[in-house]
Design a binder for this molecule. Structure first.
Ligand code: ZN
Length: 308
């Protein structure tokens, strides 16, 4: 049963309910490495601000590759404006790390400029099947008609299943590798790796300091993907949500989802109700400061189907 659209949206809203905007955050795109920039450490997790999703760029000789496009056309335009503060080069490619709308629905802003939209085959299939209904329903989860004005579904024109290498020029440091091992955070979740710069855009395979959305997660595949990241030569890791991260954060994420999965399976059959189970789980889980409401929502989607 596909509950993706609704579940993702609701989960994100729950996350928002406990997010804070108290701390200062970087403005615009942060330089991660030479010719690599990204949003990182976004604290405004409101729907209007794409639930604090990160997005970034790689600049090559021939043009720019964008990684993720935020939740709406309006948000895609915010990203475009921030990109233009860094480079005036043409935007050649836009890659979405996965199919969840907070990472994918600003894509038309870039395809309208002539960029090629690239994604995993499963992400394209998901958008083709669910995109229009997703667009209709996201209004119910904190985005006003004005927020989503101009947002439309565009399907990737370039897809892959396991790996794809994109070159933004002839230099070694202009190679971008898209990697999909197996389903993880979502069926099509993709890693975007810059081998020379040792930078990884992990998408929502990694949440740092946010409680992760696990409602569509394949925990064994997710663990396998995190183990793969652990073996990658990467010194700067950009999570789907959260601050610039390291291998320590990858290990913490693995610990979190394994513990969550084991404890939820153990405790769900005798749980009184979702709220009390969530409270019990919170005591057992590693601390995360943002998106605490996600604990209960993950339980309801994935571990307590009868009580949903
Ligand atoms: Zn996601």
């Amino acid at each position: 049963m596909r509950r993706s659209i609704l579940s993702t949206a609701l989960a994100l809203v729950l996350a928002l309910a406990l997010a804070t905007a108290a701390q200062a955050q970087p403005k615009g795109l942060t330089k991660i490495a030479e010719n690599v920039y990204s949003y990182v450490g976004v604290k405004d997790a409101s729907p209007k601000h794409s639930y604090a999703a990160n997005a970034g760029i790689v600049i090559g000789t021939d043009g720019v590759l964008v990684i993720d496009t935020l939740a709406t056309a309006k948000e895609g335009k915010r990203l475009l404006k921030d990109i233009r503060a860094v480079t005036k080069k043409p935007i050649k490619y836009v890659v979405t790390t996965h199919e969840h709308f907070d990472h994918a629905l600003g894509s038309s802003v870039f395809t309208d400029l002539g960029a090629t939209l690239v994604a995993h085959e499963l992400n394209r299939a998901y958008l083709a099947k669910n995109g229009e209904s997703m667009l209709k329903k996201i209004q119910a989860f904190g985005l006003s008609p004005q927020d989503i004005a101009g947002t439309r579904i565009v399907l990737p024109s370039l897809t892959f299943t396991e790996r794809l290498t994109i070159r933004l020029g002839s230099q070694d440091n202009e190679v971008v590798e898209l990697i999909h091992l197996t389903s993880s955070h979502s069926p099509g979740s993709t890693l975007v790796y810059l081998p020379r710069q040792k930078v990884l855009f992990a998408g929502d395979v990694l949440f740092t300091d946010f409680h992760p959305f696990m409602g569509e997660g394949d925990v064994p595949g997710w663990v396998k993907t995190l183990d793969f990241i652990d073996g990658l030569d990467a010194t700067a890791i950009i999570p789907g949500h959260g601050p610039l991260s390291t291998k320590k954060d990858v290990a913490d994420m693995r610990e979190y989802i394994q513990l969550f999965d084991a404890k939820a399976k153990e405790l769900a059959p005798t749980a009184k109700d979702p709220a009390s189970l969530a409270a019990e789980m919170k005591k057992l889980l590693p601390a995360r400061s943002l998106g605490e409401g996600m604990i209960q929502y993950n339980l309801m989607i994935k571990y307590l189907p009868a009580k949903k």
